[in-house]
Design a protein around this ligand. Structure first.
Ligand code: HEM
Length: 412
């Protein structure tokens, strides 16, 4: 697979981090001519639809590159994903929600459909794919298509003059839920299953399939967990409870199914790679347990009323679990070489920056719950954590660049 695609991915990750840093610098320079919300919309769209989407797609291409039948199409899809994400970011920064950004995000959705069709066709044409891997990937593609109902309905909602109503936010949460709890979670677990299978590492197939079904069916009522702040009646609390418990059991099924892989992993991969995988699964357990906690109405209202807790949770899931899983799978399939000390330093700084970011965001939320205004020097702390993350991404990218081409091998 062309190395250029990996550069595309790192570029999108770097722009995500730099725009995040810009927002963290904003309290120190609020007179800038660039509106904060424009950068925020650009940042969140680029992060999920650019960095995370392309990163996951690149793992898929890398795993199957030798046997992919439509290589030319694969390249065009990757380039289209990169270009539309990049232009969409520019459009959001330029005008916020407006004509160009809506055109670009609609175009991106069309490219997502194309990517989903491409993955579906290629996956189902491959031989020897383990059944649970197929379940997870096909389920993820369905969740991806379902998620797009959210942004499409935003247009209808806005056209009916409901831009400032709770329905608008419900559509955004619908989209986010099916993107990261649906598409990204299921796709990344599906890819991981295939990587393990190709490396001849044994895992429990039937438990994975059970975990898939429980999680996938719970994903639909699980949406109600994200909108418990809206008064939708008693049934929404019941559905949220079913969804929350089901998703949690599904995740634990998957983790138990992987119980036996660790010894084999230590034998086949660098210790740092296995540590990154431990961190990934630790983040997954904490993320799922936090979501389970939302079943309690008191907890849910506390969370939804505290911006720093919502942002902390979103970054715990997306910057923590999703991004670490992508970077770890880059290691597993040989895109990233962990024998390189600079690369190891990059990961260490990334985890320190991430941990500080979460500590400040959740710490600030906790302080507010206890009746204080904010923790002292919170803006400085968050700025420092963002600087560390930008530096770490630059280091990881630079060490990828300087790793000789022949050292970085594809899985096939
Ligand atoms: C790499 C370092 C990153 C930094 C420094 C950063 C920083 C920020 C900041 C400052 C905000 C706005 C918070 C507020 O206004 O209260 C934000 C929002 C957000 N970020 Fe990040 N972020 C980073 C990475 C990511 C990644 C990797 C993702 C997803 C894959 C992501 C997804 C989001 C989302 C979904 C929002 C919410 C926007 C909204 O409320 O509309 N961020 N981020």
């Amino acid at each position: 697979m062309p190395r250029l695609f990996v550069h595309f991915t790192f570029l999108l990750f770097a722009i995500t981090a730099i725009s995040g840093l810009w927002m963290r610098f904003y309290p120190f320079n609020p007179d800038t001519s660039l509106p904060y919300t424009n950068v925020m919309h650009g940042h969140s769209h680029l992060a999920i639809l650019g960095w995370a989407f392309l990163g996951a797609f690149i793992i898929f291409l890398s795993i199957f590159w030798k046997t992919i039948r439509q290589k030319k199409q694969a390249k065009v899809v990757a380039i289209a994903l990169f270009v539309t994400s990049f232009l969409m970011f520019g459009a959001f920064v330029y005008q916020g929600y407006g004509l160009y950004s809506i055109i670009m995000s609609s175009l991106h959705i069309l490219v997502e459909y194309w990517a989903a069709l491409f993955i579906y066709r290629e996956l189902n044409g491959q031989l020897g794919i383990p059944k649970p891997g197929k379940y997870f990937i096909n389920g993820s593609l369905l969740a991806l298509v379902i998620s797009s109902i959210g942004p499409f309905s935003l247009g209808v909602i806005a056209a009916n003059g409901l831009r400032d109503s709770y329905v608008f936010d419900m559509a955004i949460y619908f989209y986010l839920h099916f993107q990261y709890n649906g598409w990204l979670y299921l796709f990344l677990i599906g890819l991981f299953i295939i990587v393990l299978h190709q490396k001849q590492i044994v895992f429990n197939h039937s438990l994975l399939i059970a975990g898939f079904w429980i999680y996938f069916l719970s994903l639909f009522p699980g949406y109600y967990l994200s909108v418990l702040w809206v008064e939708l009646g008693g049934h929404s609390q019941v559905l949220a409870t079913i969804g929350g418990i089901g998703q949690w059991i599904g995740v634990f099924g998957v983790i138990i199914a992987f119980k036996g892989i660790w010894v084999r992993l230590y034998r086949k991969f660098h210790d740092v790679t296995v540590i990154c995988l431990w961190i990934t699964f630790f983040l997954l357990i904490v993320k799922s347990t936090m979501e389970l906690g939302l079943i309690s109405p008191t907890m849910a209202s506390l969370v939804y009323e505290t911006r720093s807790v919502i942002i902390g949770y979103l970054h715990f899931s997306l910057l923590g679990f999703v991004s670490t899983f992508i970077l770890t799978q880059f290691q597993l399939i040989g895109i990233i070489n962990m024998r390189n000390h600079l690369m190891q330093a990059g990961f260490l700084i990334f985890f320190i920056g991430f941990a500080l970011n979460e500590l400040f965001l959740f710490g600030n939320g906790f302080a507010q719950w206890c009746g204080f205004s904010s923790i002292p020097f919170i803006s400085h702390g968050l700025l420092g954590a963002s600087v560390l993350m930008v530096i770490s991404i630059a280091i990881i990218w630079i060490s990828f660049i300087i790793t000789r081409k022949n050292e970085s091998v594809s899985i096939n």
